[in-house]
Every structure is written in structure tokens, then in C-alpha cells.
Design a binder for this molecule. Structure first.
Ligand code: NAP
Ligand code: MG
Length: 403
């Protein structure tokens, strides 16, 4: 059987610990036997980031802008303990933060739904994708403890020195204040990324804020989304048979719980932080969450939502058997290969991505899975296997699938 040929390279961002081990296994067992894999390789493993003074992270993001599609392995975000463990020159910033800042993207997270792993919410039949705005609000806020009586004001000074003032509160005793901001340009990008992703995946888009209470701040989010929708996306949505739906955040939460799933839920930064953990947990497992960074210029970076699974890696290094779930990392590869296939018009590559995803799901639904899923599966004949044996089982399912 001849291997599938690629035209443009994928930007490959290697990473750390257990996911780095899995990365290689996936390439050896599931990709290179079938595809003449063409990648531009960037080693984002912590040692190489340290060696290159983190230049490799910047280079990989620039390459993603150039080629359009990247696939990323989970990476360590250093803290004090990691600086010591790896003898780092400094506490390098989060690679995901660096890449996101360069690509100006929005992160979409969606669970992989399989039989036997039942969502906590009985009505959920299809995945719910969370799109989290990744700039500003409380994450960039300035806060102050008010020591005692006094007046707090909001002051804006324009370029010519003209001031606009508003009273926040006349304190008669101690309290607290907070000033936060966002930028219209960032909200624009967020809106475009959401509308494009909805069209791309043919799913309805929901957006919610608290505009009835926050009549300037949240209302601006609502207005920007509506203006962009009416001007650029309304017709495209109607043609695609999908809907843009705005409501209040508390109403949205109630509707999400009653829904069947199968839509994108766009969230402001804080809402997205909180709701993505709720949705991920309610769907069953962090190891089954995919994540894609979509930029407004149509650039995509695919990864797993989980980290480097450090605890399993130490077992692996000690020579013990591990049973680490590779599904989200496999789906990062299939997402990137499918996108590359679509952009370069290589139907065999798109078809391969579809089949590898099907083989992965069929393997789990057939009862063969890693420990994290075996613990929660409702199937009757569950076989817990090791990290490598799971990947080998997927390969054998794939080889038996009709072309
Ligand atoms: P983690 O790697 O997501 O793992 C947390 C726990 O979740 C694991 O100990 C394991 O539970 C379970 N788990 C996660 N993924 C799993 C998988 N694929 N298969 C089986 N179980 C899985 O988070 P962490 O241990 O807190 O962080 C480790 C490193 O990852 C940190 O250095 C952090 O900076 C980095 N990180 C990177 C990214 C990224 O690159 N996108 C995201 C998050 C964290 P049990 O131990 O109970 O089996
Ligand atoms: Mg969080």
C-alpha cells in the first residue's frame, strides 16, 4: 500500500514528559506507516526552550502563521519547582500564552463523546464546544483595598489631557474596588473567530453576557457581536442552516443544562474559565478534551486540553507500566491533518483523519481503553491496557476498517 503524500508541512511542536512519550508512539504506530509525514519540527520540550532562550516557541508560532496549521504536544509551564528540576536559566513564560499572543486566537474546547462514558447531564447527546475569550476583564484588572471612608472614582484622561470622571462609591468605611478593561479590537477578533468556527463546524453559536446589569461593559460585547454578525455572517449562517443566538448568561446556563449539546458556547474570559471546567468534568474526562486555537486570519493550532501528565511520566521513567490516555493527542493530530488535507485539497488525508478518529472511538467502544476511562466506563467487557497497547489496539482497528 502506498503512503499518503502531503503538500505543505504541518508545524509540529513537540513537548514534555508523558505526552512527549505518547507523541512519538503516535507517530511511529499511527501516522508514519500510513502517511509520508511532512512536518516542520520545533522542539518545545523545556530543555530546548531553555537552550534557545525560548526563541523556539516564538519561531514555532511564526511558522504557524506562515503555513497555517500546527499540532502541539503538551508542554511544561515552569514554576519554581521546575526551574530547580531542570536547572533553568529563568522561569520561562507559558508557551501557550506566547503562541496565543502571536496568533491572536480564540481557544475552542470540545469533548470527544464515546459510548460507555456517560455525561453527568443525561440530556447531553452531542459535544458542547466552549469558546473562551482570552484577553482582559478580571485577568488584567487593577484592584485596591479601601482602608476607610473616602470617595472612589473612575477617571479617564484622553490624549489631550481631558478628564472624564464618574463616582464609583462614597465609602463610609473600609471596602474594596476593582478596575478592569477590554479592547474593542480584541472583542472583534473573538467574535470573528467564533463566527468562523461555527461555519467551519456547522454548529449553532451561543453567546451570553450580563448586559442587563453591565449596561456599558457587557453591552459592548453584545453589540460588537451583533454588528459583526449582521454585517458579515448573517447570510452565511442562513445558508449553512445554523443560528447565532444571544441571551443572558444565567439563562444560557439553564439552557445548556437542558440542551442536547451540539453547539458552540462563546464565553467571556471568566465565564469561559469556569464553564469549561464544568463542561469538561460533566462530559467525563479531561483526557478526552480536544482544544484548538483558531486565529481570525484562518490559522489553526491543535492540541490536547490536558497537561504533560507528570505523575504518569515519573512512573514511566521508573520503568513501571503506565496506562495514559492518548485520545486527545491523537485527535490533535487528526484535527491538524484534516485541516491540512482540506486546505491542500488532499481527500485521502481528510479520509485518513476521519478513519483514525473512528478507529480510536471504535476501540474504546469495543471495550479496550486506558485506566482513566476503564474506571468510569459503563460498558460490560472493559479491558484496561497500557499506554502503548492502547495505541497498538487503535492501529489494529484502523487496519481492519474499510478504506
Ligand atoms: P495534567 O497533566 O493535565 O494531569 C493532571 C491529572 O489528570 C493527571 O495526574 C491524571 O490523573 C489526569 N490526566 C490528565 N491527562 C491524562 C491522560 N491523558 N491520561 C490519563 N490521565 C490523565 O496536569 P498537571 O499534572 O497538573 O500538569 C502537568 C504539567 O502540564 C505542568 O507542568 C503544567 O504546566 C503542564 N500543562 C500543560 C498544558 C498544555 O501544554 N496545554 C496544559 C495544562 C498543564 P491521575 O494522576 O489521577 O491518573
Ligand atoms: Mg481554569
Amino acid at each position: 500500500m502506498s503512503k499518503i503524500q502531503m503538500k505543505t508541512p504541518l508545524v509540529e511542536m513537540d513537548g514534555d514528559e508523558m505526552t512527549r512519550v505518547i507523541w512519538q508512539m503516535i507517530k511511529d504506530e499511527l501516522l508514519t506507516p500510513f502517511i509520508d509525514l511532512k512536518t516542520e519540527y520545533y522542539d518545545l520540550g523545556l530543555e530546548n526552550r531553555d537552550r534557545t532562550d525560548d526563541q523556539v516557541t516564538v519561531d514555532s508560532a511564526l511558522a504557524t502563521k506562515k503555513y497555517g496549521v500546527a499540532v502541539k504536544c503538551a508542554t511544561i509551564t515552569p514554576n519554581a519547582a521546575r526551574v530547580k528540576e531542570y536547572g533553568l536559566k529563568k522561569m520561562w513564560k507559558s508557551p501557550n500564552g506566547t503562541i496565543r499572543a502571536i496568533l491572536d486566537g480564540t481557544v475552542f474546547r470540545a469533548p470527544i463523546v464515546v459510548k460507555g462514558i456517560e455525561p453527568t447531564v443525561r440530556t447531553w447527546k452531542k459535544p458542547i464546544t466552549i469558546a473562551r475569550h482570552a484577553y482582559g476583564d478580571v485577568y488584567r484588572a487593577t484592584e485596591m483595598k479601601v482602608p476607610g471612608a473616602g470617595k472612589a472614582e473612575l477617571v479617564f484622561t484622553d490624549e489631550n489631557g481631558n478628564e472624564t470622571r464618574q463616582t464609583i462609591h462614597e465609602f463610609d468605611g473600609p471596602g474594596i474596588i476593582q478596575g478592569m478593561h477590554n479592547i474593542n479590537k480584541s472583542i472583534d477578533s473573538f467574535a470573528h473567530a467564533c463566527f468562523n468556527y461555527a461555519l467551519e463546524t456547522k454548529q449553532d453559536l451561543w453567546f451570553a453576557t450580563k448586559d442587563t446589569i453591565s449596561k456599558q461593559y457587557d453591552h459592548t460585547f453584545k453589540d460588537i457581536f451583533q454588528e459583526i454578525y449582521d454585517a458579515e455572517y448573517k447570510e452565511k449562517f442562513e445558508k449553512a442552516g445554523i443560528e447565532y443566538f444571544y441571551t443572558l448568561i444565567d439563562d444560557a446556563v439553564a439552557r445548556v443544562i437542558r440542551s442536547e449539546g451540539g453547539f458552540i458556547w462563546a464565553c467571556k474570559n471568566y465565564d469561559g474559565d469556569v464553564m469549561s471546567d464544568m463542561v469538561a468534568t460533566a462530559f467525563g474526562s479531561l483526557a478526552m478534551m480536544t482544544s484548538v486555537l483558531a486565529a481570525p486570519d484562518g490559522t489553526y493550532e491543535y492540541e490536547a486540553a490536558h497537561g504533560t501528565v507528570q505523575r504518569h511520566y515519573y512512573k514511566y521513567k521508573a520503568g513501571e507500566e503506565t496506562s495514559t490516555n492518548s485520545v486527545a493527542t491523537i485527535f490533535a493530530w487528526t484535527g491538524a491533518l484534516r485541516k491540512r488535507g482540506q486546505l491542500d485539497d488532499i481527500p485521502e488525508l481528510v479520509n485518513f483523519a476521519d478513519r483514525l478518529e473512528k478507529a480510536t472511538i471504535d476501540t474504546i467502544e469495543g471495550g479496550t481503553m486506558t485506566g482513566d476511562l476503564a474506571r468510569i466506563s459503563t460498558l460490560e467487557n472493559v479491558r484496561k491496557v497500557s499506554t502503548l497497547d492502547f495505541i497498538k489496539a487503535v492501529r489494529s482497528t484502523l487496519e481492519q476498517l474499510p478504506a
